[in-house]
Design a protein around this ligand. Structure first.
Ligand SMILES: [Zn+2]
Length: 469
């Protein structure tokens, strides 16, 4: 039986924040992409050759386009190339990008306590900005056009700043933590301070860059937040129609600790905090009871599946095929560089497939399902399903041009299979966001990659010294 199409709850969510007056319009007002093979929403349609007309950052038309309609739009011949929607990286921690390789061989709770939280506490605005730029550069060069970032407690404005400058579509928020064990003093706030930080960032960044930047309310996980903070953060998200994004049921030890502290399963506990009616997206959701799964479906929550991180931290296998059959929107995320250690959506697609293949056989998550999770379902899961994730009129022009004609991609296989099972960042030739090229001929246009790498290397050395030396 084909999976039920996830509910279009996100279309209800799709009200873009008001575009701020005085901000410049997208750089291109008319672009006619000709002759490419378009791969989009492969569970619903076959790949096919089509032209794409783009104006004012939006996809205006897809298919055979009359030259009279294209008018004086700039023409780009993409014969022999493939156009896909930009990938949606649905769960990432940009703050952790320079922690790569510094937190190996640990399960979640000791991984947090001994490595990740001390490193996050050591960030200053300069190291955090360098971390964000490195992560965004890697994501753009790998074909990601939208990200949902799980932030830092302090200095988070610099991450929004990096996203604005580098042109990526960005949803994110400061991490909230006012409780729990092993939280360094520097990143443990009071409830009121955590909420005040959120309100300040929301006011400053939500809707900036023509609506390309969005604010999300992001308490870290149930064990690091007081009941009052969880309840009030949910209310804050509902009041402003914001996404509420947290980690849920990632590991058994965490689930047991939640039960010990609250006497309840994770989703049941959230239900007592008036979560219903809030737009929610949960990273992981590996260890949910049957009733909790139904609760997530009732809430129409998004699930953000991180297969490589779940493998590396030995968290377990989320029941992704079951979630999809239940109608939940399941997106894909890399999680942080401290538990992955790459930010690569091609690899996440393959890892998601492999995890289920091992348990359920090779048809558990076909290529079309994996591609859908990396694009339109990721968009749905984070509340942008009406705006991005597919190539069709009325959506933002967030596209990736792939070149699969050279080594190591040459293949007689179906293009979709090649993208999913053989693709990598070397195939990414161009990336467009809001109708503007941010990558051309495999080169980043919105920052100097050498400078980004050098700054990030400096930041990594500083953080390592602050925490471990
Ligand atoms: Zn995470």
């Amino acid at each position: 039986m084909p999976p039920r199409r996830p509910a279009d709850h996100d279309d209800r969510r799709a009200s873009a924040p008001h575009v701020r007056p005085g901000e410049p319009r997208p750089a291109l007002s008319g672009l006619w992409l000709r002759g490419a093979l378009v791969v989009t929403e492969p569970e619903r349609r076959r790949p096919g050759f089509a032209d794409i007309l783009i104006r004012d950052g939006m996809i205006e038309a897809v298919g055979k386009i009359d030259p009279a309609r294209a008018g004086d739009a700039e023409t780009i011949d993409l014969t022999g190339e493939i156009v896909i929607p930009g990938f949606v990286q649905a769960h990432v921690h940009l703050a952790q990008t320079p922690f790569r390789g510094l937190a190996e061989g640990l399960e979640l709770l000791p991984w947090l306590a001994t490595r990740v939280l001390p490193l996050e506490a050591a960030h200053d605005p300069q190291t955090l900005y360098a971390a964000a730029r490195l992560g965004i550069a890697e994501l753009l060069l790998g074909g990601c056009t939208t990200i949902l970032d799980f932030g830092s407690v302090n200095h988070y404005s610099v991450v929004f700043q990096a996203a604005r400058e580098m042109g990526i579509r960005f949803v994110g928020g400061n991490t909230m933590m006012d409780a729990g064990q092993n939280v360094p003093k520097a990143i443990r706030q009071t409830k009121d301070a955590a909420l005040a930080t959120s309100i300040e960032l929301f006011g400053r960044w939500h809707g900036a860059a023509q609506g390309r930047l969005r604010y999300a309310v992001t308490p870290r996980f149930l064990l690091s937040c007081s009941e009052a903070l969880l309840r009030e953060s949910l209310a804050l998200a509902r009041e402003h129609d914001l996404l509420w994004h947290t980690h849920l049921a990632e590991q058994q030890a965490e689930v047991a600790a939640v039960r010990k502290a609250t006497g309840m399963a994770s989703a049941d506990y959230l239900d007592t905090l008036d979560a219903a009616g809030t737009r929610m997206a949960f990273a992981h959701a590996v260890h949910l009871l049957e009733g909790e799964k139904r609760q997530l479906a009732d809430w129409r929550a998004g699930v953000l599946h991180c297969p490589r991180a779940n493998s590396k931290l030995a968290s377990g296998r989320a029941p992704v095929p079951e979630y999809r059959r239940m109608g939940l929107a399941v997106g894909l995320g890399s999680d942080g560089s401290a538990c992955n250690n790459k930010l690569d959506m091609f690899e996440e697609m393959r890892a998601a497939g492999a995890l289920q293949d091992l348990a359920h056989g090779p048809a558990a998550l076909p290529s079309a399902a994996l591609f859908t999770m990396a694009t339109i379902d990721g968009a749905r899961a984070i509340g942008l399903g009406g705006e991005v994730g597919a190539i069709e009129p009325g959506r933002r022009a967030d596209l990736v041009v792939l070149d699969l004609t050279g080594a190591p991609f040459v293949s007689a296989a179906e293009p979709l299979e090649t993208i999913v099972h053989a693709g990598d960042a070397r195939a990414v030739k161009r990336v467009m966001i809001d109708g503007r090229w941010v990558v051309k001929e495999g080169r980043l246009l919105t920052a100097d990659p050498d400078e980004v790498a050098a700054e990030a290397a400096r930041a990594a050395a500083i953080l390592k010294e602050r925490v471990f030396v």
